[in-house]
Write a protein that binds this ligand. Structure first.
Ligand code: AMP
Ligand code: GLY
Length: 428
């Protein structure tokens, strides 16, 4: 089997490492990949959003199966284009990817099908949005740009003044571009957050091991929102009872709703949940694997990933075993100093040999690395590396991930020192 993975971050590296475990896989290509992925796959400098470029490459290299990992190519219709070229691909088609591509779509879907989420209103007129937050809306509230905004289009507003400011920025100054032409204004919810990724073929939904992201840049959940500074799995707040409730009130209803809308979802559907005092609520759907959730979830998968991915395309997921290890995993992200704002690139990374830590029982997933002309591995992004360890207990996984991550350094490296602390406290 010759495989192609579209994307080039830590998530894609984790997918590639897992796919490689299948003995029928002879070649993996990554577009564009990165400096560390190049240890595990053939990388070529074609952007993940370049649909004609990716399709032409896949044809030229006689790819048997493709995996489209990031949200933007999925929302642009990469899976549709590959399918038209006769190349089966894991991931939702454009019609189904809208569940992430438009927050208005996903909120209206949940309302229509009674799926629990925060109360909300939609506005495309800034004057009406302003009138609503000034006169009616309860505060705190949350203002969300409708479209994709690199994970940044969500503003939490403690006061009416903050909300006015958020509407000006999103709808008038267009700080998130055209994705801010419409906004969702929603109720502020509280409670522990849980990420549940799932495999689905449009009929059957199989949740993966739950996980917990750490979105803020600094210890104690302080600082700016990032793409994620670390993850642990499983998430201790996601008890078997909560899992049953989510399956009945959220997962199955969502899969059925998408089918009823003529948009059956095949691929990985990510449920971003908040466990509120009134029960689990959907905060967001993503049409793809999470990053860095994937870096703790896939290492705990015992079954063959390629077989499961093919089953989501063929519609045979119900007959496909999906088994998980009983252990825990922790991923600590090493980021560039300054991330998520501006940061330098091109800094040499020390402590790695062929992209991994020699003699160490931890896996390094590369998110933003590049091989310089002289062969040195250097930083090339905000999130640079994810160091993942698995162990029978969460305590051991956290300790192993930190011990391993301490062996890697580059100028200005930033990591949180409390990944997993909240989960460990919840375990008591
Ligand atoms: P998102 O970009 O949709 O993942 O949102 C980013 C973060 O904003 C989420 O992980 C939550 O922590 C927070 N958030 C989003 N919606 C709400 C809400 N309705 N109430 C409270 N927090 C929220
Ligand atoms: N870590 C959050 C996401 O992938 O959206």
């Amino acid at each position: 089997m010759k495989l192609l993975v579209v994307g080039g971050g830590g998530r894609e590296h984790a997918i590639i490492r897992k796919l490689k475990e299948n003995p029928t896989v002879t070649e993996i290509h990554a577009l564009p990949g990165n400096g560390g992925i190049a240890q595990d796959a053939v990388c070529a400098p074609i952007a993940a959003t370049d649909i004609p470029g990716v399709v032409a490459y896949a044809r030229e290299h006689a790819i048997d199966f493709a995996v489209v990992a990031p949200d933007d190519p999925l929302c642009l219709g990469m899976v549709d284009a590959l399918a038209e070229a006769g190349i089966p691909a894991f991931g939702p088609d454009k019609k189904a990817a809208i569940i992430e591509g438009s927050k208005v779509f996903s909120k209206d879907l949940m309302k229509k099908y009674g799926i629990p989420t925060a109360d909300y209103r939609v506005f495309d007129d800034p004057a009406k949005a302003l009138a609503y937050v000034e006169e009616e809306a309860p505060v705190p509230l949350v203002v969300k740009a409708d479209g994709l905004a690199l994970g940044k289009g969500v503003l939490i507003c403690a006061t009416r003044e903050d909300a006015r400011q958020a509407i000006h920025e999103i709808m008038e100054d267009k700080v998130f571009g055209q994705s801010g032409s419409r906004v969702v204004i929603e109720e502020f919810l509280t409670g522990p957050e849980v990420s549940v990724l799932s495999f689905t073929d449009g009929e059957t939904v199989v949740p993966m091991v739950s996980s917990m992201d750490h979105k803020r840049a600094l210890d104690g959940d302080k600082g700016l929102n990032t793409g994620g500074m670390g993850t642990v799995a499983p998430n201790p707040y996601y008890t078997p009872q909560v899992a049953r409730e989510c399956m009945e009130t959220i997962f199955l209803p969502t899969i059925r709703a998408m089918k009823a809308e003529g948009r059956p979802f095949r691929g990985c559907l990510y449920f971003g949940l908040m466990l509120t005092p009134k029960g689990p609520r959907v905060i967001e759907y993503n049409c793809r694997f999470g990053d860095p959730e994937t870096q703790v979830v896939l290492p705990l998968l015992k079954s063959d990933l390629l077989t499961i991915m093919e089953a989501t395309v063929k519609g045979t997921l119900a007959q496909t075993p999906v088994e998980w290890s009983d252990g825990s995993a922790c991923c600590v992200i090493l980021a560039s100093g300054g991330y998520p704002q501006s940061y330098p690139k091109g800094l040499p990374i020390s402590g790695l040999e062929k992209g991994q830590i020699p003699g160490c029982d931890a896996t390094v997933y590369h998110a933003g690395t590049k091989v310089r002309e002289d062969g040195a591995l250097v930083t090339s992004g905000g999130r640079v590396l994810g160091v993942t360890a698995t162990a029978p207990t969460l305590r051991e996984a956290v300790d192993k991930a930190y011990a391993a991550s301490d062996r890697i350094t580059f100028e200005g490296v930033h990591r949180r020192s409390d990944i997993g602390a909240r989960a460990l406290a919840a375990l008591g």
